[in-house]
Write a protein that binds this ligand. Structure first.
Ligand code: PAF
Length: 279
């Protein structure tokens, strides 16, 4: 396994693999790797000749006042995880390598970036889309692997890849959960013991709501879920909403493919989750 910090070098290596006819898989991460990331890496290793994992806590996707400085960083452990998972290249650039002081170019996916989490995290998806576009250009990846936990991110990146004609195919991978249902996230490390216990209710409430989708009116399902969530101590709902699972558009009573998405704050920790539902 090679650890690289320079984009030009990775680009040269990736181009060689491309010319060789190798299939390249990319797993973009911000590090603090957990079983969710490992499931993406395993898929990439299994289905490609070469796997590149990027580790970069991207400052451009944190809004002012967010947890950029506190975000967990565990490079040594992450490299160990990558090595054990048979990753070929780990790309670990520094901030100046990715976003020099003179960086002027950003990718925006209009409308999709402004709804749901985008309402609460100004500039977040612009930072994500720009970072991922750069990684696609650096890695020449055939496939890039993203978890469905970040559902809005996934849909925005699918749209970006289509609109900008990237050769990279986006592969959506199922959310990996704790035994009690909590979706794995590097930010779960912020939860206190009590909050961690309470957090298990979030997915249970979502699943219950989704199970009623076929037979009940959507507004009453959402209202009931909201009431249950509000009973959790120290929990604040940012949003709970049903959207079209293909493109995040609004749904109506005839919509077939939906996703129930939510974001909450439990104490100081922001948690997101979603479940797919079908009529
Ligand atoms: O999902 C993440 O960890 C990040 O948003 C990503 C895709 C690596 C871009 O920085």
């Amino acid at each position: 396994m090679k650890v690289l910090a320079k984009s030009l070098l990775l680009q040269k290596i990736a181009l060689k693999h491309l010319k060789n006819g190798d299939e390249i898989g990319l797993v973009p991460t911000m590090g603090a790797l957990h079983r969710g990331h490992v499931s993406l890496i395993d898929k990439s290793v299994k289905n490609n000749d070469v796997t590149i994992v990027s580790i970069f806590v991207n400052p451009t996707q944190f809004s002012p006042g967010e947890d950029f400085l506190q975000y967990p960083r565990s490079l040594e452990k992450d490299l160990f995880v990558c090595k054990k998972s048979h990753v070929d290249y780990v790309f670990v650039p520094n901030v100046n390598e990715m976003f020099s002081a003179n960086h002027k170019t950003f990718v925006e996916v209009k409308e999709l970036q402004d709804i749901l989490c985008g309402k609460f995290r100004t500039g977040h998806f612009r930072g994500v889309a720009t970072m991922v576009a750069k990684l696609f250009n650096i890695s020449f990846a055939d496939k890039a692997y993203f978890g469905m936990k970040d559902f809005q991110q996934l849909k925005i990146l699918e749209k970006m890849a289509k609109d900008l004609n990237f050769r990279t195919k986006i592969i959506a991978c199922p959310t990996v959960r704790e035994k009690d249902g909590l979706a794995l996230s590097s930010r779960n490390a912020y939860l206190s013991f009590e909050e961690r216990d309470l957090s298990a209710c979030i997915n249970k409430i979502l699943k219950q709501a989704a199970s009623e989708f076929k037979n009940k009116d959507l507004n009453s399902i959402l209202k009931a879920a909201e009431v249950k969530l509000q009973k959790i101590p120290n929990l604040k709902i940012e949003y709970i909403q049903a959207v079209n699972s293909k493109d995040l558009s609004s749904i109506n009573k005839n919509s077939e493919f939906c996703c129930l998405v939510l974001a909450v704050r439990l104490g100081k920790t922001r948690l997101i989750d979603n479940v797919l539902m079908r009529k």
